[in-house]
Every structure is written in structure tokens, then in C-alpha cells.
Design a protein around this ligand. Structure first.
Ligand SMILES: [Zn+2]
Length: 1013
């Protein structure tokens, strides 16, 4: 058995690869105990060879893995080992190991690996290197043995051993593709007349390393963008390349996407008008070994194929061309049942991440693919709108010029002239038909504090900004002279708190200045100055803190750093994807100053279920998002992004979603959210002081917001500046979270409460000022008595991991039910006139209602928002939902896309939330007699009311995850509609009841109720 499993590679051809006597051994074929060393797949998409088995020894203590090989002839060998290497971070980030060569018990040689960071490019992680040692070996059997060097237990990302290669050729440096099954390609030009050309191959992979270039000509395969010998080896009509070994372009685990195109030279702009060629793929350089071939004729310069990792006669059907995929896609789209409601949107831009370069692909293929995208209901893509796209009903496009140039990585040192020139050059192609929007950058963030600390330019601007613009008094900063004022890092948080606070805000200032320059230059370059934006990653959801990325939305949009807001609803590892809407509401709050539009990426691939995608889309639509962009679609042969191309259930769901948007757009597009009566104060000051310390204040805020949403209470976010400037006045209830409060915001809050406002003061809220000095401005003004917050837990991770928090005690809630105590709690001292609403196990007051002037304060001593989500996640994890009974299926009648799915299969989200915490959180809403624009008979359905001149819409998204047979919707719109309809159900009978328009309808997943004035 030992011998039969051993792969000894005896490779003859070509000479450039492994020498003939090379002994090659896969590490996963070593004998091991499967505990200390385990044969398993690499699981990081950033690492090479993901999906291929390696031997992994990060866990399980000391152990040895062995394999005996047969040495053909005595000699001096190099023993090459391919293994993961890690960078200089912590001692357990590297998984050092020992390789010994044994003859019986005698050690012939040994080599130590990954004890030190690699000499070359040490910062690049997730990688494999080949390293070696030398061994004088006798002929006959020797044993290779792997064991661990300290530390025995290391990061799970490392101590992967891929393979070993023993060779006597000391000039040979192995490459893993030398040992992988071969793929050969021969290209023959057809009889059509052409200028002499070569075949340029761009290889794109589905994991790192991502890209490679190669050329194919009479010289055969060369790993370079054009043949070294130039035109001398170009092909003319009727000529062919020799058989070319293209194995090195293909990752053995996931294959490759190969763009093969006829080229006169290497260029990204100039394309041959057509190509007439045959491409033969073979397992050996031999006519008889051809497993598949493609003929390519007519307009368009190239052929794109997707290859499997291992090509042979069994996997040949996995080797597919662009035309193969396109035909499959057309067949799938043709088989979908027609959507019987709504229509494809025209006025609402609904983008799909589709791009098919006209120079590369044949026009009929482009038309067919855009035809499918049109059937799915989209109206925007990446390609400029040309007559072909117009004929398919596409009217929106976008550009991403990517001219992010600065010196020394400093936003305050922009390469202005270069940016200007590049904008001018890149906008040329758009002069006739301007893009609908300009996406300046994907997921940019502010520079970390460390940048400003070490940057002379930043220090200089920091001083003048504080002194001349912010007009900060020198004494406040704890320095004697302005010359001594400089940005500080996290290590100076406590020693120089004022400087730390301003350093954090300076990150945003510098970021904003650079964005503003980009926006201005884009506006100058593109005709009609289309809206300019960047895609902010959703750190606001991930760690519930805007300063994680330094993207303080309020600051950036108020200062017109951009003319449009944009983010993405990844909500990766969030407690629920519904939190994506929290991020959108923050953007909505930030664009109010200049009424800028908000766009969102609708993450549709990466395992998102069709139901979740529809719900997230509604969470954006209801909050006033006016552009959606589904990411990532494909087609599969056009890029390496994991996509939803050919995903039938998603096709069905997206066909519905686009029709629902189109069916509502006559009212939706001109409609705006009406102001809410409940505000959440978003304290960026607290974000500044809690980032890197704990995310629990932010998560309490986020999930308290969620509880209100579950009861259909819409919320507006206010910044501290908003409150300081009087924007709190129209609101009836205010929720305040986080330990820090901007000093000048406190007075207006207290005045507003005493005049009749209802304040929810979260546990540990507003106990320090912006410089983190203890301060109780609300307690003093509102006659509250609260003790010092007692932190029992901190937490820094994504929301899904909140389940890892262990309860620190129970809280009995007045009116029934109880909650768990997480994070911090704060003693509350009550007076006889106060009403206690929650008590801890020892009887201590955990929440109380305090009368203050004509207003009320609901003082909370713990974090019901954390308990609310914790219980929901626990129920989702442990209890689950019973399987649907045979006579009562959970029938989502959405073309079968989620038919009969149990909630846990239909969605990532939890769907059973505790009532006690929600009621406690809702008490201020009730006390303030908040009038909801929409009241529903069922909780957990997310609804929003948007109104405009021709009518109003009510969005409905069923986050309860179970179909509702008869949902009552009561809408307070203040006027009588002439007609009420839903996109999914058509005309709806309605009645006037207590001043509300009341309709009833079944709700499966999503719908829009439309009221025409
Ligand atoms: Zn700088």
C-alpha cells in the first residue's frame, strides 16, 4: 500500500521542468495519526491551493508523519519542501517544523522550516514557499519524517505542508505545476485573412495568486505578455502554434479562466476586429490526446474558456467556452416561469454587475447575455450604453476611474496634477454618453492614527486645523505651545486625551479633504457632473463603530466630501442581515444636509439566500435608497468573483424583486421618507472612545434600534452636532447610548426633556465628555442619580459572535419576563416619585422611569438590546424551527424559490425575538405617544412609509420568515387615496378606520402597498 500510494514523478518533457530523477511526494500521502498531522484542504481563498489537500499540523501536540521513498541512485540531493510561511506577527503565527531523512534509525539529514519570517516579502501572508536542505543519500529506501518544532500549537492558518521534491539537479527550483496533470493547447488560425498575430492569454484565477499573462506563438508558450522574438514568430492565416504546455496557468484545485485573444501587440485598448481560429486542448502534445476543441470565428478578438483544475476525458465537459455558458444561461432564463406582477424598472436604476467588453466578445454573445439580464429585470451594468445595450433596454452605466494618487500614502499630499490628468484622460470615452455615477474607490477608509503620528505634513495641517478652523483653545490640548501640538496614537489615549480625540477626528478630516478633491475633479471631467461616490464598507455594522474605518458619515457628507452616498449590505458575520438597514439609516441621516442620493450594493452571491437578498433590498428601498446594484452576477467566464450566474432560485427571486421595484417606481422614485418621531443620538464621540476597547455599547445601540424596527417604529439618527444645533426639537422620543457625549449636546437634550421630551438613557450612557473626562451633564440637569458603570465584559468581534457572551445575571422586567445582563451595568438610585421598571437578582434597580420637568427619562442600568439579540441568536442556534408539517408547509409562493423551506434554511437571520426586552425598549415610544405611520398586525415585518406628490408607498419585508395569511396594514397618511394597490396583489379594498387607511393582504416575503392621491 505504501508504495502504491506514492507518486514518484518521472517526468520526461519538457526539459525546463522537473529533472527526470526528481522524486515527488504529496505531503497528504504521508502516514500519520490524523490527529497531530491531518490531511485536509486549505480553507483560505487568499492562500494558494485552496481546496487541494495538504498535510496540516497546527493542532494536536507533537507527532510525526512519515513516508518511505525509493532513492534511485546514491548522490547529493536537494530536499525541497513546499509549505506555508507566515510573517513576523506573534510567535504562534508561525508553525515551524522539522523534516528528517532517515535510514532505519539513522538520521541522514534534516532541515528546519518556517522558524523565521521569510527573507523575501515577509508581509505577504497566506502563501506557500519552496525551501530546501541538502542530503547525501544512498540508493534504496529512505524515510522522510515530518515533526513539529516549537510552538507545537500554532495559528490554524499555517503549518500546512503541500509536497516534497528530491532532486540531484542543484539548478532546478521546483514549481508545483511541474507535478500537476498537464494541459496542452494548440491554436490554429483559420483561412480568413489577418495581419500576423500571436495569441495573448490572460489567466484569471478563482483564488490567489490571481493573475498571469502568457503568449502563444510559433515559439510556443512563453510566460510573458508578448513573444520574446516579436513578429518573427507571429502566425499568419492558416498557421498554427506548436503544442503549448499551459499547465502553469491553471490552478490544480480550481482551474482558471483564460482570455485567449488574437493580438498584434500587448494592449488593453486596441483589439483586433475579429478572430478566425481553432483552439485544441489536450492532455498530451498529441492529436490523439485532444479532449476538447473550440472554433472561434467572426467579430470580437477572443475566446474565453473556463478550465477545470485537472483536465482529462472525464472532466472535459467542465471545460467550457463563453458561448457554451451563454447558451446554458439562455436556456435557463427561457425555462423560468414569467413574473405575473410588476414590471422591469425604467426610472429606478437597478444595476447588475455585468460587463462584457465589446472588443473581446462577439456582439451576438453580448446581446444574448444582456438579453438574459434584461429578462431578469435589470437596467444597468458596467459597460457604456451603446446601441446594442440600448436595444436590450439598458439605460444606466457607471465608471470607476480609480485615480487614487497621493504621495507618501498621505491624503493631505494628493498628486493633484496627476489626478487631474487621469480624470481628463479617463473621462474622454464618456463625453458622448455620461455615466450615471462615478465610483471613485471601493472600500476606502481613513488612514490609521499611526500615519498622522509619523507624517510631518499631517502634523502641520493638524495644528493649523485645530487653531484656525476648529478654534480649539491651546490650554484644552494639554500643551504649552502650538509647536508642541501633534497627532497622537492610541498609546496616548489616557495621557493626552484631548489630542487623541482630535487625532481621531483628524483622520476623517484628511480623508474628507482627499475625497472632496476627487469629487471636484470628477465633476470637472465628466459631462453633466454625475454624482461621485465611494463605496464605504459596512464597518458600521461589523463592529457597530464608524471609527473602525474612520468613515464618520456625518462629517464626510456634511462637508460635501462626496455628492452621493454608497455602501454595501455584506453584513458579514452580523447577528442578522437586517442590520444592513442600520448602516443605510446612518447614511440617510448623513446626507440630509445636502439631500444627496444613497446607493447600495445588494450582495447577492457569497451564499446569500434568495429570501435574504430580497429582504435586504427592501431594507434599502424603505430607507430611501435610490440606486441598487446586485453584486456579483458574472457571467462566470468574465471574472473570478463568486457569482449568482446560473443560480436558478436566485434568478427567480431577482426576477420578482426587479418587477416589484418597477411596479412601484411610479410612486417610489419621487417619494421621500417622512420624518420619524423617534430619534437615536449617534454619538461619534463614543465611537472614538470605544473603538479598540469594546463594541458592546455600539451593539446595544444597534439591537435596540432593531427592536424598535420590529415594532414598526421608524427611527431617524441624529449626530451630536445635530442635537447641539436644535435638530432634536421636532422629535418626541430620543434614545441615547454610549459612555461619551459631546459637551455642547447635553444642554439641548436636557432642555428638550424638561419641555416634555421622552429620553431613553442606556446603561452607562453619557458619563464622560468628548475628552473622556468624567462628566454627568444630564444627571445634573435632569435630577438623575446613577452610580459608576461596572464593566463586566468587553467584546470586539462581529455581531454573530455575541452568543459567546456569558450572562452576568438576570434582570426581572416589570410587566413580565426577564432579560440577561451582558457587558456593563450601572446602579440607579431612585426616589419615591420614580417608577422602577426592572430589577436585578439582588433587588437592585436596573431600569426606572423618572419624571423630569414636563418630560420623562427612562434610565436603564443594563443593555436590553444585547439580551434581545442574544436570545434570538440562541433560539436560532439551539431550538431551531420545527420542520413544516405535511399539511402546513411554510409555503413562500414566490415561484418556488423558497417553497417549503424552513426559516433556518431560507435565511441566515434569527426569527424568534424575545418580547420582554422589546417591550422594555418600547416603553419610551409609548410614553411619548409616538404615532407610527404604519401599524401592522404582526411584529418583525419591516415597514416604511415614503410619500411624494403622486402618492405614497409602504414597503413590507417579512423578517418573521413565515408567511402571513392575513396581514393588516394601517396607514396614517393624512389624506384619502383615490386608489390602493399592492405590487404583488393588485387592487386592494381599503377602509378608513380611526383616521388610518386599513388594508389586508397575505404577505409571503416582500411587497409594496401603493396609495395614489
Ligand atoms: Zn500625512
Amino acid at each position: 500500500m505504501m508504495w502504491s500510494l506514492l507518486r514518484v514523478a518521472l517526468l520526461a518533457l519538457p526539459a525546463a521542468v522537473a529533472p527526470a530523477e526528481t522524486i515527488f511526494v504529496q505531503a497528504e500521502e504521508f502516514e500519520c495519526d490524523s490527529r497531530t498531522w491531518i490531511a485536509r484542504e486549505q480553507n483560505s481563498p487568499y492562500a494558494p491551493d485552496s481546496g487541494v489537500k495538504h498535510l496540516w499540523g497546527a493542532t494536536g501536540g507533537q507527532g510525526a508523519a512519515r513516508r518511505t521513498v525509493q532513492v534511485p541512485a546514491a548522490g547529493r540531493y536537494r530536499v525541497w519542501v513546499r509549505h506555508t510561511v507566515m510573517d513576523r506577527r506573534g510567535p504562534t503565527s508561525r508553525g515551524a517544523f522539522l523534516v528528517r531523512v532517515l535510514q532505519g534509525q539513522t538520521v541522514l539529514a534534516e532541515g528546519r522550516f518556517d522558524e523565521q519570517p521569510p527573507a523575501q516579502d515577509p508581509a505577504r501572508v497566506h502563501r506557500y514557499d519552496w525551501n530546501h536542505f541538502t542530503a547525501d543519500l544512498p540508493a534504496g529506501p529512505v524515510t522522510l519524517e515530518l515533526s513539529k518544532l516549537p510552538p507545537l500549537i500554532c495559528s490554524g492558518y499555517t503549518r500546512y505542508v503541500d509536497c516534497l521534491a528530491l532532486t540531484t539537479d542543484d539548478r532546478y527550483v521546483p514549481h508545483e505545476s511541474d507535478f500537476q496533470p498537464k494541459v496542452w493547447l494548440r491554436v490554429k488560425l483559420g483561412p480568413a485573412q489577418t495581419t500576423p498575430i500571436y495569441i495573448h492569454c490572460f489567466a484569471d484565477h478563482f483564488r490567489a495568486p490571481w493573475y498571469q499573462h502568457a503568449s502563444l506563438s510559433k515559439s510556443g508558450f512563453e510566460p510573458r505578455v508578448a513573444p520574446a522574438r516579436g513578429k518573427a514568430v507571429y502566425l499568419s492565416a492558416g498557421e498554427a502554434t506548436p503544442w503549448c504546455d499551459i499547465t502553469s496557468l491553471i490552478h490544480e484545485d480550481r482551474g482558471a479562466r483564460l482570455e485567449l485573444r488574437g493580438a498584434e501587440k500587448y494592449s488593453y485598448e486596441e483589439w483586433l476586429p475579429s478572430l478566425d481560429a481553432t483552439f485544441e486542448f489536450a492532455t498530451a502534445p498529441d492529436e490523439a490526446a485532444v479532449v476538447k476543441w473550440f472554433a472561434r470565428q467572426g467579430p470580437g478578438a477572443g475566446l474565453v474558456v473556463v478550465t477545470p483544475g485537472v483536465l482529462n476525458s472525464r472532466t472535459a465537459d467542465q471545460l467550457k467556452s463563453d458561448a457554451d455558458y451563454c447558451a446554458q444561461n439562455q436556456a435557463l432564463a427561457g425555462s423560468l416561469p414569467p413574473v405575473t406582477f410588476g414590471r422591469r424598472p425604467e426610472r429606478f436604476p437597478f444595476f447588475l454587475s455585468i460587463g462584457l467588453r465589446p472588443g473581446l466578445f462577439a456582439p451576438d454573445l453580448r446581446l444574448a447575455e444582456y438579453g438574459v439580464a434584461a429578462r431578469l429585470g435589470f437596467n444597468g451594468g458596467y459597460d457604456p450604453v451603446d446601441p446594442l445595450l440600448t436595444s436590450a433596454g439598458f439605460r444606466y452605466t457607471r465608471t470607476g476611474p480609480s485615480v487614487w494618487f497621493m504621495d507618501h500614502g498621505c491624503y493631505l499630499q494628493p498628486e493633484t496634477e496627476r489626478i487631474r490628468q487621469q480624470f481628463a484622460a479617463k473621462s474622454q470615452a464618456w463625453q458622448g454618453a455620461p455615466p450615471s455615477l462615478v465610483m471613485l474607490m471601493d472600500e476606502p477608509s481613513a488612514k490609521p492614527l499611526e500615519h498622522a503620528v509619523g507624517c510631518a505634513r499631517c502634523a502641520e495641517v493638524f495644528r493649523s486645523w485645530l487653531r484656525d478652523e476648529r478654534r480649539v483653545v491651546l490650554a484644552e490640548l494639554g500643551r504649552d505651545t502650538w509647536a508642541a501640538v501633534a497627532p497622537v496614537g492610541t498609546d496616548q489615549r489616557d495621557a493626552a486625551p484631548a489630542l487623541y480625540y482630535w487625532s481621531q477626528r483628524f483622520r476623517v478630516k484628511a480623508f474628507g479633504d482627499f475625497l472632496r478633491l476627487q469629487t471636484a475633479e470628477a465633476g470637472r471631467s465628466y459631462p453633466g457632473a454625475p454624482p461621485a461616490t465611494v463605496n464605504f464598507s459596512d464597518g458600521a455594522v461589523y463592529e457597530a463603530n464608524l471609527y473602525l474605518m474612520g468613515a464618520d458619515y456625518f462629517e464626510l457628507f456634511r462637508s460635501r466630501a462626496l455628492t452621493m452616498a454608497w455602501s454595501e449590505d455584506w453584513s458579514n458575520i452580523a447577528s442578522t442581515y437586517q442590520c444592513a438597514g442600520y448602516n443605510v439609516d446612518l447614511l440617510r441621516a448623513a446626507v440630509k444636509y445636502h439631500d444627496q442620493p444613497v446607493g447600495m450594493y445588494l450582495i447577492t452571491s457569497y451564499g446569500r439566500t434568495p429570501l435574504d437578498v430580497k429582504l435586504k433590498a427592501y431594507s434599502s428601498l424603505g430607507r430611501g435608497v435610490s440606486v441598487l446594484h446586485s453584486f456579483a452576477y458574472g457571467p462566470h467566464y468574465t471574472n473570478h468573483e463568486p457569482n449568482w450566474y446560473l443560480n436558478r432560485p436566485m434568478y427567480a427571486a431577482m426576477s420578482e424583486l426587479t418587477r416589484e421595484v418597477g411596479g412601484a417606481e411610479d410612486l417610489l422614485v419621487p417619494a421621500r421618507r417622512v420624518p420619524a418621531q423617534v430619534a437615536f443620538l449617534y454619538s461619534t464621540t463614543s465611537d472614538i472612545w470605544t473603538t479598540g476597547v469594546t463594541d458592546l455599547y455600539g451593539f446595544d445601540r444597534m439591537h435596540s434600534y432593531l427592536a424598535l424596527l420590529h415594532a414598526q417604529v421608524p427611527v431617524d439618527f441624529l449626530s451630536e452636532d445635530d442635537v447641539a444645533e436644535g435638530r432634536l426639537q421636532p422629535y418626541r422620543a430620543l434614545y441615547l447610548f454610549g459612555p461619551n457625549l459631546l459637551g455642547r449636546a447635553a444642554g439641548p437634550i436636557a432642555d428638550w426633556v424638561r419641555a416634555g421630551g421622552v429620553l431613553y438613557l442606556a446603561g452607562g450612557a453619557a458619563v464622560a465628555d468628548e475628552y473622556n473626562r468624567p462628566a454627568r451633564p444630564l444627571d445634573d440637569r435632569l435630577s438623575l442619580k446613577r452610580g459608576e458603570p461596572r464593566t463586566q465584559q468587553t467584546f470586539q468581534a462581529a455581531g454573530r459572535y455575541l452568543t459567546q457572551l456569558k450572562s452576568q445575571g438576570r434582570v426581572a422586567i416589570d410587566g413580565g419576563g426577564s432579560a440577561d445582563l451582558y457587558g456593563a451595568w450601572q446602579p440607579i438610585m431612585v426616589q419615591p416619585s420614580d417608577t422602577v421598571t426592572a430589577r436585578g437578582a439582588d433587588g437592585q434597580v436596573m431600569a426606572a422611569r423618572v419624571v423630569s420637568g414636563r418630560g420623562k427619562v427612562f434610565v436603564c442600568g443594563f443593555a436590553p438590546g444585547l439580551s434581545y439579540i442574544h436570545q434570538a441568536l440562541e433560539r436560532r442556534d439551539a431550538q431551531g424551527s420545527p420542520a413544516p408539517a405535511a399539511d402546513n408547509p411554510l409555503q413562500f409562493d414566490t415561484q418556488g424559490s423558497f417553497a417549503n423551506l424552513r426559516p433556518q434554511d431560507a435565511s441566515y437571520n434569527p426569527w424568534e425575538y424575545p418580547q420582554a426586552e422589546r417591550e422594555l425598549l418600547l416603553a419610551p415610544v409609548r410614553e411619548a405617544a409616538v404615532v407610527k405611520p404604519v401599524t401592522l398586525s404582526h411584529p418583525l415585518v419591516e415597514t416604511f412609509y415614503l410619500s411624494g406628490p403622486p402618492g405614497a408607498v409602504v414597503t413590507l419585508a417579512n423578517y418573521a420568515l413565515k408567511p402571513i395569511a392575513n396581514l393588516e396594514v394601517a396607514i396614517r397618511c393624512g389624506k384619502q387615496p383615490v386608489r390602493v394597490a399592492s405590487v404583488r396583489r393588485g387592487e386592494l379594498p381599503w377602509k378608513l378606520d380611526g383616521g388610518a387607511i386599513v388594508v389586508r393582504l397575505p404577505l409571503t416575503d416582500t411587497d409594496v402597498v401603493k396609495l395614489y392621491w
